[in-house]
Design a protein around this ligand. Sequence first.
Ligand SMILES: [Cu+2]
Length: 307
Amino acid sequence: MARGATGSTMKSMTSPFASVRTLRAFGATLISGFALLFAAAAPALAAAGHPSPGEIGFQTPVTPIAHQIDSFYYDLLTPVIFGITLLVIVLLIYAIFRFNEKANPIPSRLTHHTGLELAWTIVPVMILVIISIPSFRLLTHQLTLPKPDITVKVTGHQWYWTYTYPKDQGGGFTFDSYLKSPDEMKPGDIRQLAVDNAAVVPVGKTVIVQVASTDVIHSFTVPSFGIRIDAIPGRLNQTWFKAEREGMYYGQCSKLCGQNHAYMPIAFRVVSQKEYTAWLAGAKKKFASASAPTPVHLAENTSVATH
Ligand SMILES: [Cu+2]
């Protein structure tokens, strides 16, 4: 009643609208700026095989699966996330200014709107359906093992990994891979990721990784390869990768597995076929020698393989 004069209502309605426009523009600029920064920064800072300072996206993909994960995230999920966030922010800002007590003294008593309710149910469902199609395609691609060129068995332990190269593929040896301590580090080694014995695989070959564990559940993860699979005692899990580029690729155990969970990195060196053959020959000698430490739990396997 006291503020009933139309003049004051008019005044309060014009000024907030100006602010709405300014704020809307500001919000849109902020979000699109952040989106651009995100899109530009992610690939620029990303390195293949290991994380780099300031990185906010994925590590550079070097396998078909990792490319698919990358594209699923950047080309589909990111636009959806930014679109929804932008819509909610705009609606929120609009509601704050348009429907505050001053601008809208007599609130609407509307409680139902069938069309609106249908829309806000169907539209999110459609968004999820659109996301699910490439998502299931990716999942199928990840879990359908192609014909392997090489099979490597990886066993998780508290707190290191053991790699076994089968005899019928020129291997026939097993070795442990431990995190390098600070005094063992050489120039070029990455702190917390460098290991004493990295696994070696040839470039452009399909590698099947069979993953198991002898104690607790670990998780075998190499981001640039797009692989992540649990290492479970009493169960053999399998995943695959086909590296397109030579280099060092690191990963970490990704399941909380105890005190030294953070200190059991995974390291793969991807080399040419020639280098791989040379490495196999050297590794066979190195890891078969009597001085090489053989874990007790692998003694049975070794005897089976040699007899
Ligand atoms: Cu672990």
